[in-house]
Design a protein around this ligand. Structure first.
Ligand code: ADP
Ligand code: MG
Length: 285
């Protein structure tokens, strides 16, 4: 390709993005950042660059992150048993302690540092900061232990921080008695998006999106309504379940649309937000 053609392609790309930049200006986008998109340095940098760009063009990005693989790695090093029930990490006191240390001390701190380095200052928070999350034990506490359910999100602290910084939220918190809980990050992202009445909530994952047949990547459901998610939810297991639940929660709470996209793709966020085709599964009311 000649330099001229490459230049034209870039201009076309920018022109394609322009209406979206206009539409999204001043809007809040909650982004669930997880395992797959954190896998290597290149992906982590691409993610940071995308989020920083969103802030520069006038969106209000709010990050909610998990850190599953990292928590698992540390648990294994400490000789702790790793177990999941329906996508939820079975958590005794020790597990929660490790999850909290890894999420806040490492994963959260890394994301914040990377965003800072890419040119937009970020601030890390857990559910305890500014009393953001009110947490109660999950209804299946007998099976999953210290997995929490967020009863309420107080967005006051988020609004203060988001005025100048990119908030980066680790999905942990404490209940009224001071017990720590692990909260599924998808669930937390859905609740935060609803509480902020976000324009969009975007879930980065390690598959193309919601697959009609989990074994077949070509069976991607590209656009579904709340009713279609409700109808299909019973058959969905594993980590996709809390994501679809979170999409429902967000949209019922007033979020415009939610997206489950492939976090293994560099710049997945920009592809979803600023191209006509978009990627992944879009859930609409
Ligand atoms: P993360 O939360 O880091 O994005 P998870 O492993 O928790 O990753 O959730 C994504 C996983 O959900 C997929 O890798 C896949 O194994 C599983 N899954 C189960 N059912 C489906 C489905 N119908 N479509 C897509 N993924 C599914
Ligand atoms: Mg998950």
């Amino acid at each position: 390709m000649s330099g001229g053609e490459a230049g034209l392609t870039s201009v076309e790309t920018l022109l394609e993005a322009l209406p979206y930049i206009r539409e999204f200006h001043g809007r809040t986008v909650v982004i669930k950042y997880g395992g797959a998109a954190m896998r290597d340095d290149e992906l982590r940098d691409a993610f940071a660059a995308d989020v920083v760009l969103l802030k520069y063009v006038g969106l209000n990005p709010v990050i909610v992150h998990g850190g599953g693989p990292e928590i698992t790695r540390y648990m294994e090093r400490l000789g702790l048993e790793v177990r999941f029930v329906e996508g939820m990490r079975v958590s005794d006191r020790e597990t929660v302690e490790v999850a909290k240390m890894v999420l806040l001390g490492k994963v959260n701190a890394d994301i914040v540092a990377r965003l800072n380095r890419h040119g937009q200052p970020a601030v890390g928070l857990s559910g305890e900061d500014g009393a953001m999350f009110t947490i109660a034990p999950h209804e299946r506490a007998e099976q999953v232990g210290f997995v929490g359910e967020i009863e309420r999100v107080d967005v006051d602290v988020l609004n203060h921080i988001a005025a100048d910084y990119i908030p980066v939220i680790a999905s942990v918190g404490v209940d009224r008695e001071g017990n720590s809980y692990n909260v599924n990050a998808d669930t937390a992202a859905g609740k935060v998006a609803a509480a902020l009445r976000g324009h969009k909530a975007i879930f980065l994952t390690d598959v193309r999106g919601w697959l009609a047949d989990p074994g077949d990547p070509e069976s991607l459901r590209t656009q579904v309504s709340v009713a279609e998610v409700e109808a299909g939810l019973g058959k969905v297991a594993g980590g996709m379940r809390p994501k679809l639940d979170a999409c429902l929660e967000a949209i019922r709470g007033g979020v415009g649309s939610t997206h489950i996209i492939d976090g293994r793709l560099p710049h997945a966020l920009l592809l979803e937000l600023f191209t006509d085709a978009g990627i992944g599964t879009k859930v609409t009311p």
